[in-house]
Ligand binder design. Structure first.
Ligand SMILES: C[S@@+](CC[C@H](N)C(=O)[O-])C[C@H]1O[C@@H](n2cnc3c(N)ncnc32)[C@H](O)[C@@H]1O
Length: 173
């Protein structure tokens, strides 16, 4: 299995451009990877945590170092309630998980579902969960699942790339 660091990419900058005005107290970046988005959150939130299932990547962060990094699935290791949670999901629809940075499993739903199931218990009342998905996954199924968990979802931005369309969704509890 490939488990290299995912460098800041089109989807990273897409989410970054859409969250730069968000401010508050407690923020969580799930799947923090390089730490690019975690560092961005640190400018506007008082307490920021990054989690990633890839411990190696967290241990060897170089360019975008932040504090409070936890290696776990989703937010499983945390008890804190966050006002704001972001996740640049591993969303590609794949038969197997060959690259944990990008592969979402069946319909691009399997891994995002695991992340949602975990994140939901760390979202404060009226908190917001912002995630990036893509036309390369069954994103409608993911939206329906978020609604089933009790979140009110809204597609807030789309960006066409030459081989896919990125979709940014905010989900409020
Ligand atoms: C598309 S990359 C995004 C990295 C970084 N946040 C960015 O935007 O550039 C997805 C990240 O999610 C992590 N990841 C995959 N499955 C996860 C899970 N179940 N729980 C937490 N992190 C996960 C990967 O290791 C990877 O670092």
């Amino acid at each position: 299995m490939k488990n290299d660091e995912y460098p800041p990419s089109e989807d990273t900058f897409f989410i970054a451009n859409n969250i730069e005005n968000e401010k508050g107290e407690y923020a969580l970046d799930i799947g923090s990877g390089s730490g690019y988005l975690t560092q961005l959150l640190s400018d506007n939130f008082l307490f920021v945590v990054g989690t990633d299932i890839n411990c190696n990547v967290l241990q060897h962060q170089t360019s975008y170092k932040t504090n409070n990094l936890i290696c776990c699935n989703g937010s499983d290791a945390l008890k804190i309630k966050f006002d704001f949670i972001i996740c640049n999901l591993p969303y590609l629809a794949t038969d197997e998980i060959m690259d944990i940075a990008t592969d979402g499993g069946a319909e691009g739903f399997e891994i995002p579902k695991k992340i949602f199931d975990s994140a939901i218990s760390n979202l404060a009342t009226n908190g917001k969960f912002v995630f990036v998905t893509s036309s390369l996954s069954n994103y409608q199924k993911l939206i329906e699942y978020a609604e089933k968990l009790g979140l009110k979802t809204r597609i807030v931005a789309k960006k066409k790339l030459f081989f896919e369309e990125l979709i940014l969704i905010d989900a409020v509890w």
